[in-house]
Design a binder for this molecule. Structure first.
Ligand code: 5AD
Ligand code: SF4
Length: 439
């Protein structure tokens, strides 16, 4: 038998890219590839790229340039670019970087095996279509690439919101939801393979409206159906838009025990003027009211968010409004970014805030968010939480897992297996994790 070919995938960006990389590894697994952790000995290198950060495309080009010696040493090495930079740049990648053999957009991963064959035969292949068919349905099933008791499951892709700063509606296209039956089948299959926790993924996941029995299902309905799958113990979902948070989804946080008490709900800014300029279609007040309703349903809900500072036109008063909103919500976890222009988006046409001003605001915001994150984590000490064990710790008998609230937890003398869930009492809050003992 021929020796297995080695595939090195480097993944940038969001969890959806992590999920997509796993599916690509499975698709190429059926072509005789096994994954490897280093580019040096690979037969194929795939960069699964992200377009959301500044100069994303330029960074991909410079990364590709670094593979030149590898290709010189091994002429059979094939190099591919996948993901959102592939979608945005397309043919241009082939023109600018002759090393590249293959360019595949996020909607055509199921065509990767055919593309690989073409590339092996000496062709260069580009596919950045938005086809009709479900790419995940057409992927061959191999061994599960992502190990461990947790998994991502993409239920929805694309976005129709068109926030003024964001490239997602252009790179991932319009909102598309996968049908309920396919998601249920994939979930059952994951559970059969040892998965206990599933995170439902979508760029705008709570806008889910996939075909199910009796018509289009909401995300809440899908979650309630998934909660009935035996062996599936935990459900999470990300990322949501405040305007798509319907009554049933809010209620599910209170009455569906398998839905974890952690919610990522980006607001981006606390200033109504800036929210309007961002085309967010909600206000600071409507967001705060939504948080109140969610906390009424689930008082211990841990909230996470995304923020952009230095959006074009942002004044010190606007920034104060953001700080006030953060104080009002009290986040357990958050991501914050300095605005950077994405070519092709409406905001890219507008004059920005001076960089030193934006940096200063980012520092102040991050200091506040870090303080809240710290306080939230410290407040867990003495509390009872459940932990899903994901791997052994460094000390003998120790296990590491995630709490319901997504904190990393180290448990000594755990006496448990990977994939088990245990009730523990938190004894200590360290830099980025909690310590706990079995109850
Ligand atoms: N500049 C800065 N941050 C951005 N994000 C998206 N686009 C931009 C941009 N042009 C942030 C938003 C989003 C997160 C995934 O990335 O906060 O929620
Ligand atoms: Fe981008 Fe999210 Fe706005 Fe959609 S809702 S445009 S993905 S920031």
């Amino acid at each position: 038998m021929a020796e297995a070919k080695k595939l090195f995938i480097k993944t940038y960006g969001c969890q959806m890219n992590v999920y997509d990389s796993e599916r690509m590894a499975e698709a190429l697994g059926a072509q005789g590839y096994v994954t490897t952790d280093t580019a040096e000995n690979a037969d194929m290198i795939l960069l699964n790229t992200c377009h959301i950060r500044e100069k994303a495309a330029e960074k991909v080009y410079s990364e590709l340039g670094r593979f030149k010696p590898l290709k010189a040493a091994n002429p059979d090495l094939k190099i591919g670019v996948a993901g959102c930079v592939a979608q945005a740049e397309g043919e241009e990648i082939m023109r600018r970087q002759p090393l590249v053999d293959l360019v595949v957009g996020p909607q055509t991963y199921h065509r990767l095996p055919a593309m690989e064959q073409a590339v092996r035969a000496g062709a260069r292949a580009v596919d950045t279509d938005f086809p009709e068919e479900d790419k995940f349905d057409h992927l061959p099933k191999g061994p599960r690439a992502g190990r461990g008791p947790t998994a991502f499951l993409t239920v929805q892709e694309g976005c129709d919101k068109f926030c003024a700063f964001c490239v997602v509606p252009y790179t991932r296209g319009a909102e598309v939801s996968r049908p309920v039956a396919r998601i249920m089948a994939e979930a059952r299959d994951l559970v059969d393979r040892g998965v206990r926790e599933i995170t439902l993924l979508g760029q705008n996941v709570n806008a889910y409206h996939g075909e199910g029995e009796g018509g289009a299902w909401t995300l809440a309905r899908l979650i309630r159906a998934l909660a009935k799958v035996d062996g599936l113990e935990r459900i999470r979902f990300t990322t949501s838009h405040p305007n798509d948070m319907d009554d049933d989804l809010i209620a599910a946080h209170g009455d569906e025990p398998k839905l974890m008490p952690y919610l990522h709900l980006p607001v981006q800014s606390g200033s109504d003027r800036i929210l309007k300029a961002m085309n967010r279609k909600h206000t600071a007040e409507s967001y705060l009211r939504l948080i109140e309703r969610l906390r009424a349903a689930r008082p211990d809900l841990l909230l996470s968010g995304d923020f952009i500072v230095g959006f074009p036109g942002e004044t010190e008063t606007d920034f104060d409004d953001t700080m006030a909103l953060v104080r009002a919500v009290h986040y357990g976890q958050a991501y914050s970014f300095k605005y950077s222009a994405r070519p092709g988006t409406p905001a890219a046409e507008r004059a920005g805030v001076p960089d030193d001003v934006a940096s200063d605001r980012l520092h102040r915001l991050q200091a506040l968010l870090t303080e809240q994150q710290r306080a939230t984590q410290d407040s867990m000490v003495g509390r009872e939480v459940s932990v899903l064990f994901e791997k052994p710790g460094r000390l003998p008998g120790q296990m590491v897992g995630k709490s319901d609230y997504l904190h990393a937890v180290h448990v000594k003398d755990a006496g448990a297996q990977i994939g088990q869930i245990a009730r523990v009492r938190v004894t200590e809050s360290a830099a980025n994790s909690l310590a706990a003992v079995l109850i």
